[in-house]
Design a protein around this ligand. Sequence first.
Ligand SMILES: Cc1cc2nc3c(=O)[nH]c(=O)nc-3n(C[C@H](O)[C@H](O)[C@H](O)COP(=O)(O)OP(=O)(O)OC[C@H]3O[C@@H](n4cnc5c(N)ncnc54)[C@H](O)[C@@H]3O)c2cc1C
Length: 349
Amino acid sequence: MNSKYKVIIIGAGPAGIAMALNLIKLDIKDILVIEKYKFPRYKCCAGYITNKTKKEYEKLGLNINNCHYTLIKDFKLYYKKKLKQTINNKFLYTNENINRVELDYAFYQLLKEKSINFIENMTIKEHNIENNKIILKNNKEITYEYLIFADGTNSFGNKYQKDFKKNIAMQLTFKSNRPKEIQIHFGITKKGYAWISSDKGITNVGLTDVFNKKTNYKLIFEEFLKANNLEANIKDLKGAFTPIGIKKAIINDNIMFIGDAVGACDPLTLSGLRYALKTGEYAALAISKKNNKIYLKYINTLKIKFTLMKLLLKIFYLKFVLFGIFEIGCRFLGKIIEYAFNNFFVNKK
Ligand SMILES: Cc1cc2nc3c(=O)[nH]c(=O)nc-3n(C[C@H](O)[C@H](O)[C@H](O)COP(=O)(O)OP(=O)(O)OC[C@H]3O[C@@H](n4cnc5c(N)ncnc54)[C@H](O)[C@@H]3O)c2cc1C
């Protein structure tokens, strides 16, 4: 390990690895990636991938078909525990273990093939912003030209950001013999959804909500399992936060935030993988062209998009709107809802 790098990336999730791969493509190789865990590592995420996300991974050389990803045929919408519509799914892919371990590991291996400087099992202990220096947990001091926070929602760089609202997402994975399908349930939490996803003997159950510290999510989860006759050990329940809203993208002209660390996660659907990859791409381009505006311009488009999604989140989860969509819309406008679902997420190019 050297004591100076052009770019130091903290975190080797999809955002950090996408950024490193893009920098290499742009012929910037003096990079160091620092990751807290050793790969393959668990990440609390169902790992659903839309068609658009699939294309972003392919651009970086990763074919998700080689990571045991397939289209799930039936996508069933439930409201208050009753089936309202079955959609012939054309856009949502899942890994057969319904998690992200294999995907992240394959992405990490792509990076390893590039012989990039990479330290696992390592975290940052201190950041000296005036001297462009970080101190690692092993006390090694390293200076940088650019520092990238790609370390997720609980980023070390959060100390430079205002407090922000969050979604909570919890999931539990267990063995079962359920048919291959995705069920999405509304009306389980106040401002979120729940899911039951099954493939090849594995079931993943999860729920989301705009986080409210007064809500007993464990209890809601247990009731949801019971209502669906699912037998699983609640002790295995895992949870994490996803950000709501875009944060400061660049500070000090040379410190950038990407992925969840900048808030690049859809507040309504909680899909963050595509935005993690895209923020990594634009931040790399900005460094290569020595023009931060390239990154800020992309972040501004996300700000607009997510402001709209936040508004939609407020409207969608109003009780009468949910009732209208599922009790009236699904009954009379089923085909239109199916078309909207499948075409909104599918990239036809
Ligand atoms: C339960 C749940 C389900 C979800 N399901 C989906 C889904 O199906 N599809 C989808 O598109 N999105 C989903 N998301 C959102 C998605 O997980 C995130 O948006 C995405 O992971 C963001 O990628 P990232 O690279 O920014 O951060 P992360 O994936 O969180 O990666 C950050 C990396 O940084 C490392 N790290 C953390 N702190 C440090 C440190 N101090 N030093 C060094 N390294 C550090 C971590 O170990 C990790 O490897 C889900 C989220 C949750 C919580």
